[in-house]
Design a protein around this ligand. Structure first.
Ligand code: ZN
Length: 198
């Protein structure tokens, strides 16, 4: 089924392997890329390579950042005794966009999912426990309201309870299964303000 040249097929194959890109989109993108001026293609490939080479985990909260420590953790004016646990860097960005959260974050990079074989050891939970040895007043669990997000929230709550640190969960009202990044700022703020004790 070699409708196109080997190089085009290879490009389509790589694009189709990206999340959310079906084979039709992959074909459309491939031809778009091929028709792009050389300097634009160069900028795009450099952006991909530079991001891959330079983006790393923040030493404290594990969000993806360009430096050793992210701007939120580096900010002395933030409340470092309040830690909001989120599933990924995009969720962190969604809360940052509200401009109203004054604490810091902890990015798990995933959620516990027995179905997908993702256990507690596969996300940044050990790192969270390590942080709790410091001066922490409250942990706000802001994982998604999907099955995986709820499972993770329960696990974290059980893990923290014995330490005596206050554990809260953002209010429901965040649509079930909804990715935090797609939820508007008002809903996010309401969920944060209406957080409940676990
Ligand atoms: Zn950080």
């Amino acid at each position: 089924m070699d409708l196109y040249s080997g190089h085009i097929n290879k490009l389509i194959e790589e694009l189709a392997a990206l999340p959310g890109i079906g084979s039709k989109s992959a074909q459309r993108l491939a031809f778009h890329l091929i028709n792009m001026p050389q300097d634009k293609v160069k900028r795009l490939t450099e952006a991909i390579q530079e991001a891959k080479a330079n983006v790393r985990y923040c030493r404290e909260c594990f969000t993806l950042t360009d430096s050793d420590i992210c701007p939120v953790c580096a900010n002395r004016n933030r409340n470092h005794r309040m830690i909001m646990v989120v599933e990924n860097t995009r969720d962190l960005a969604a809360y940052e966009k509200t401009g109203r959260y004054e604490g810091v974050y902890h990015v798990l990079h995933g959620a516990i999912s027995p179905m997908l074989g993702i256990g507690p050891g596969d996300i940044k939970l050990k790192e969270l426990i390590e942080r709790l040895k410091g001066d922490v007043e409250e942990v706000i669990i802001a994982t998604n309201s999907s099955l995986e997000g709820e499972t993770t929230a329960m696990y974290i709550s059980k893990m923290i309870k014995p330490t005596g640190i206050r554990v809260t969960r953002i209010a429901s009202g965040v649509p079930v299964g909804g990715d935090l990044e797609y939820i508007d700022e008002v809903t996010l703020l309401r969920a944060l303000e209406g957080r409940v004790e676990l």
